[in-house]
Design a protein around this ligand. Structure first.
Ligand code: SF4
Length: 127
């Protein structure tokens, strides 16, 4: 029987499920679908009055766009809490928190993986 649970994870394969960019782009994609469907339904369903159509559109928009974005943002905050505060990268000027990315090397960082191994670290400029 294979001992999958004993395999050591490669930190380079570690990816966060969400970034701000992915949350926003999926939100825009779902919003476009909801708007298209609402327009088609409003056009084709003759018995649907304008007020009901608006109410349904707003409800579906919340359920399909806003609520998933809230859930994804909560997951993003939970998953990245450690890398945002407790790593060398989090204090570096090249750290891009919205993408959990090193802008110098264009690589994702995590609490287990500092791509430059500290050699390119520079302090964040003070405000
Ligand atoms: S330069 Fe190095 S320390 Fe700075 S964000 Fe990139 S990987 Fe992290």
């Amino acid at each position: 029987m294979p001992e999958d649970h004993l395999q050591i994870k490669n930190p380079k394969e570690e990816r966060y499920r969400n970034t701000i960019g992915s949350i926003v782009s999926w939100g825009i994609f779902r919003a476009a679908i909801v708007m298209l469907l609402s327009w088609v339904v409003g056009d084709l369903v003759g018995w649907l009055d304008y007020g009901t159509w608006w109410m349904l559109t707003v409800l579906i928009f919340y359920a399909a766009v806003l609520h998933p974005m809230q859930v994804q943002y909560r997951l993003y905050k939970e998953e990245t809490a450690q890398v945002m505060e407790g790593t060398l990268c989090s204090s570096c000027r090249y750290f891009e928190p919205t993408g959990v990315l090193c802008s110098k090397l264009d690589e994702h960082v995590s609490e287990d993986d500092i791509p430059c191994e500290g050699e390119l670290w520079e302090p964040k400029p003070s405000m």
